[in-house]
Design a protein around this ligand. Structure first.
Ligand code: FAD
Length: 448
């Protein structure tokens, strides 16, 4: 019996082994790692997910859940295993009061489309709404409202999951709490999420966006600290941008948003008080247009073909006391020079007390900074960039940073132990109980 027969025997026609299906399951948004599974299953129910895991576990067959397919480095792939394509488990709603139940294969744009007609939205959304519910909840999910409301995963009230051991369970902070906390921001290590019940907040109809420009990193970081802690804006992000006039220099831009329902606009003077920016641009947008802003970039990048180029991305969380030296060091590193032409650098603050999922690792301190180095590589040029990610990770880690693990970075078992720190034993215990055969989430390279 070949290994392919070994997998296909119990699933028959449900297992897609067509070469094009295998190729697709061996690809992701990173386009850097390609490991083919033996087959792709498209479960139509939690029972079919359970059947797959009950079969695969004792036979040592790896299983990876795939929601939106936006992993950066093969994290959602299952070499010689089974990819569970959850796109068929994508129902959203109905909205009930201030909550909505969503299937894990839905995309965040589907979630917003279902909630906005009720004047409601998830309290935090990631910048890009084309990612999958299961993938973002497994990572944690950061966005401009995170300084106020924490992670996307922090708005989950209840989860329906199938564990690696094949148990079909509903969990919440009160019921199977350890499992609930091991799943959210848990990188799919212990269970496949089937459904999540999300808490919703009132959605504004309009937003006023303030882009505030700074020539100086220290002044930028100081103002970002102030804005994160006094929470005067509803949404707070920011970027480092290549300076046009100085060779190799960088400028900085706070991107802050005040939401409102009209007709009275936000108080510009109050919102911009005590800040040290050089210049400002203020624009008014509809809330939905703002929430979908990356869709226009996606359309453009698909048209130019760059959407399908490799993405050697690196996301780091920096402690405030070393943020300036880490940012300056990385932006001056020749290994990141291409960022000036082919990248976006996000740099924005988070309040650690707002980040609640215990497995979401964060550096020391009350305020920390996300540094997202988002590069696009011409085909065949990504290897040195992935190597530079490693150097930057080690440089930043020595200064107290941790990875936000949605990266083109191969983390070693030792990296993972250090990453999880005092949460390592909790994760390893949950893995032993809920995924004793080590079936799930192998693409991340965590070794127990
Ligand atoms: C253009 C773009 C912009 C982004 N912007 C942001 C941002 O602003 N903030 C942010 O936080 N992130 C952002 N990300 C990162 C994104 O949130 C993560 O890459 C996320 O994990 C992608 O989820 P997915 O479902 O699309 O990917 P997938 O590759 O399908 O899944 C990602 C991981 O989650 C696991 N997984 C998927 N579904 C399940 C499930 N049902 N149960 C258990 N595990 C599961 C997979 O096995 C895999 O390990 C962005 C990514 C892209 C491509």
């Amino acid at each position: 019996m070949t290994s392919s027969d070994r997998v296909s025997a119990p699933f028959g026609e449900l297992l897609d082994t067509r070469p094009e299906a295998l190729r697709e399951a061996a690809d992701d948004f990173g386009h850097l790692v390609s490991r083919q599974p033996l087959g792709v299953l498209r479960p139509r129910s939690a029972a079919e997910v359970r059947d797959a895991l009950v079969y695969a576990g004792p036979r040592g067959i790896p299983v990876a859940a795939r929601a939106g397919g936006h992993s950066l480095h093969g994290q959602g792939q299952a070499p010689d295993g089974i990819v569970l394509d959850l796109s068929g488990l994508s129902a959203v709603g109905p909205v009930a009061g201030d909550r909505v139940a969503v299937r894990a294969g839905a995309l965040w744009r589907d979630v917003l489309a279902a909630t906005l007609p009720y004047g409601l939205t998830p309290p935090v959304l990631t910048d890009y709404l084309g990612a999958g519910v299961g993938g973002v909840l497994s990572a944690g999910g950061l966005g401009g409202a995170s300084h106020r409301h924490g992670l996307v995963a922090d708005s989950v009230l209840e989860l329906e999951v199938v564990t690696g051991a094949g148990e079909h369970l509903v969990c919440s902070p009160e019921h199977h709490g350890a499992l609930f906390h091991a799943v959210l921001a848990g990188l799919g290590q212990v269970a496949v999420i089937i459904r999540a019940t999300l808490r919703l907040s009132p959605a504004p109809t309009l937003v006023r966006r303030y882009c505030l420009y700074y020539p100086d990193l220290d002044a930028y970081l100081a103002d970002q600290h102030l804005l994160a802690t006094d929470r005067r804006f509803d949404y707070l992000e920011g970027q480092a941008r290549p300076a046009e006039d100085t060779a190799g220099g960088w400028n900085y831009m706070v991107e802050a948003v005040a939401a409102h329902q009209g007709p009275t606009p936000p108080d510009d003077q109050g919102l911009l008080a005590d800040l040290a920016f050089d210049s400002a641009e203020i624009t008014d947008l509809g809330h939905a247009e703002f929430a979908h802003r990356v869709a226009a970039d996606e359309e453009l990048l698909r048209a130019t073909g760059e959407w399908l180029h490799p993405h050697p991305w690196l996301n780091l969380l920096l402690p405030e006391d070393t943020a300036a030296s880490v940012v300056s060091g990385i932006l001056a590193d020749p290994g990141f020079r291409d960022l000036r032409e082919n990248g976006v650098v996000l740099l924005y603050p988070l309040l650690t007390r707002a980040l609640r999922a215990p497995l979401f690792r964060r550096p020391r301190g009350q305020v920390v900074f996300l540094l997202a180095l988002l590069r696009t590589a011409a085909p065949g040029t990504a290897d040195p960039m992935v190597a530079a990610n490693r150097t930057a990770y080690e440089f930043a880690r020595a200064k107290g940073a941790v990875a936000y693990p949605v990266n083109a970075l191969a983390m070693t078992p030792a990296d993972w132990r250090e990453h999880y720190g005092d949460q390592w034993d909790t994760l390893a215990r949950a893995k032993g109980v809920h995924d004793p055969h080590g079936t799930l989430g192998r693409g991340h390279g965590v070794a127990y």
